[in-house]
Design a protein around this ligand. Structure first.
Ligand code: URA
Length: 433
């Protein structure tokens, strides 16, 4: 088999066979096929697209390219959750202790990632001493004893995707539906859960800006998962403005803890309930959505979900006292209030821009080597649909560097738009598959 023939076949609109897809994935992972040929194939796929069958084979080949987590030593149905990412997305921090406290084992691999804020792992490191560098054995033991463990994604999980994603990133071939779906699902399948609940974001702060594309991506990933024998659900949720009020790292942890105390922002709480219900149903601990939502409300009201977070933080070396006293989670030295430049209803927030403000403050990574400042961040006091008088505080910026704060505030103000007419807040949940 020759890579040249595979490229030409796809360039001319042909459907690649399983053997051809496995040949290029195996050859590329081993370093036998050069970047220039694979980037050419990626561009051909970008224009000619892939069929559902090709997409499934690509996903499975990438999942098979490295280590696969064996979770069979964990009792019960393992339900994983994945978000396509967005601004202020701290969902896993609240969701995982909730479902763990209700008997769904959480054995989750999370990443750091590049972006506006850190990934789940970075956020968890706001707890002093917390570590996700745990052995596979500790990981499994912790899930069996306390019902929850989160570890860092190992380098050997779907290495083909790692290489391919990095190549796509520099060859303008990321935003192809099949390539995104197979990239995400290859890692999820290799991570070993029996069921996967996807949170597919839509809007100005999401990967997929239109609802149509977001639904299509969700359907594609659900189909891949089902064909690979996993129980799947997907929630399509709004990312046209930041989720909740907090954007950053420690500040998002505080908001997640508040939510576990029943005092979280309404939109974030609703997303946690919606995803949680799907996880409880797929984990076969709840028969339907109303029962699942009642179980979530009860575990939050009883304090059991909060206790589960404390148990989890302690088991991975973190200071669990911060779960009960969030003043132990360090926030930046300066807190600057941002005032509304005019009176009116907030009509639109350029969501990505708020993420970039967090990045400017030092809360995210520009390169893999960047060191995150976990203490900086943004607390929104007004969101779409809220009314603000001119001069009223619309947000608080937590900064350690006043020069960076100045740049971030300038950008923040440009991202907020006001209207004299009343504005309806966007619906948070767009659909469930
Ligand atoms: N996230 C991934 O893991 N892969 C993609 O291709 C896009 C987003």
């Amino acid at each position: 088999m020759r890579m040249y023939d595979i490229i030409m076949k796809k360039r001319n609109g042909g459907e690649l066979t399983d053997e051809e897809i496995r040949f290029f994935i195996e050859g590329y992972t081993k370093g036998e096929i050069p970047d220039y040929q694979v980037s050419s194939l990626m561009m051909a796929i970008f224009f000619q697209k892939m069929t559902a069958k090709e997409t499934l084979t690509l996903t499975l080949a990438m999942a098979d390219s490295g280590e696969k987590l064996d979770l069979s030593a964990i009792k019960g149905i393992k339900v994983d959750k994945h978000s396509t990412g967005g601004v202020g997305d701290k969902t896993s921090l609240a969701l995982t202790p909730i479902v763990a406290s209700l008997g769904v084992p959480v054995a989750k691999m999370s990443g750091r990632g590049l972006g506006h804020t850190g990934g789940t792992i970075d956020k968890l490191e706001s707890f002093e001493g917390f570590s996700t560098s745990i052995s596979n054995e500790t990981f499994i033991n912790n899930v069996n004893s306390i019902g929850i463990a989160i570890m860092g994604q190992t380098a050997d999980l779907a290495p083909a995707d790692k290489k391919l994603y990095a190549l796509r990133d520099v060859t303008a071939t990321v935003d192809n539906m099949s390539l995104i779906a197979s990239s995400i699902m290859s890692k999820k399948l290799a991570a070993g859960a029996d069921s996967i609940v996807l949170d597919v974001k839509t809007g100005s702060g999401a990967f997929m800006k239109s609802e149509e594309d977001s639904f299509a991506l969700a359907r594609e990933m659900v189909e891949i998962g089902r064909n690979a024998g996993r129980k799947m659900s997907a929630v399509i949720s709004d990312m046209d403005q930041p989720l909740g009020n907090a954007v950053g790292n420690a500040i998002e942890v505080i908001e997640a803890i508040d939510t576990l105390k029943g005092k979280g922002p309404a939109d974030f709480t609703e997303l946690v309930y919606t995803l949680g219900a799907q996880m409880l149903i797929n984990g076969e601990v709840a028969p339907d959505v109303p029962t699942a939502r009642k179980m979530i409300a009860d575990t939050v009201a009883s304090g059991k979900a909060l206790e589960k977070l404390a148990e989890f933080v302690k088991a991975q070396g973190g200071n669990e006292a911060a779960v009960y006293d969030t003043s132990l989670l360090k926030l930046a030295e300066h807190c600057i209030e941002v005032k509304a430049p005019e009176s009116g209803y907030v009509s639109h927030i350029d969501c990505d821009e708020i993420g970039i403000c967090s990045l400017i403050l030092g809360g995210g990574r520009e390169t893999k080597e960047s060191v995150i400042d976990l203490s900086v961040g943004i607390l929104l006091e007004k969101k779409v649909g809220d009314y603000a008088d001119a001069g009223q505080t619309i947000a608080k910026i937590y900064a350690n560097d006043l020069k960076k704060a100045e740049v971030a505030i300038d950008r923040f103000l440009k991202a907020y738009h006001f209207s004299n007419e009343e504005v309806k807040a966007p619906a948070l949940i767009k659909g469930i598959i």
